[in-house]
Design a protein. Structure first.
Length: 156
């Protein structure tokens, strides 16, 4: 019987990535024309690790950094989001093993400064970690966001 891969193993498994592709006819309406990169999971984790205490990044900012790095028009929004989620879970695994220096996944937000309910511990844990660093977390309709998040974004 196959044993389930740990989040750390999933993060380290780059398969054949990164890979650059041409934006297909089907995707042009939403992505535009040109090329896109499907990043390796570790590339997303590396960017997330660079966000210092007191700063934030969004998935879209990560995508911009990846596109710039690979010389493409965009980075795939689907895989970038999935790999951020894998990085967050790998960090949670590391934390559970007693490691002190983990990927600060709570500083990676969705579009509009929204917290990611799929991260380990959900909105509650992410809120606690962000508030411990001095950020104000508020409800905006049904969403939970960092108040004035754009003031804290790291540059591309």
């Amino acid at each position: 019987m196959k044993t389930k891969k740990s989040w750390r193993e999933k993060l380290a498994d780059s398969k054949d990535l990164p890979r650059i592709e041409t934006i297909t006819e089907k995707l042009r309406k939403t992505w535009g024309t040109g090329t896109f990169v499907i990043p390796a999971p570790m590339e997303v984790d590396e960017i997330m690790k660079m966000v210092p205490r007191g700063k934030l990044i969004t998935i879209n900012e990560i995508r911009k950094k990846l596109a710039l790095k690979h010389g493409t028009d965009i980075a795939c929004p689907i895989t970038t989001g999935i790999f951020a989620w894998i990085a967050a879970n790998a960090a949670s695994e590391d934390e559970a093993e007693g490691k002190k220096r983990i990927t600060p996944y709570w500083r990676t937000l969705k579009t509009g400064g929204e917290l990611n309910h799929k991260y380990p511990g959900g909105i509650e844990k992410q809120t606690g970690l962000l508030e411990a660093e001095g950020f104000e977390v508020i409800k905006k309709g049904k969403k939970t966001v960092v108040y004035e998040y754009s003031k804290y974004l790291i540059g591309v």
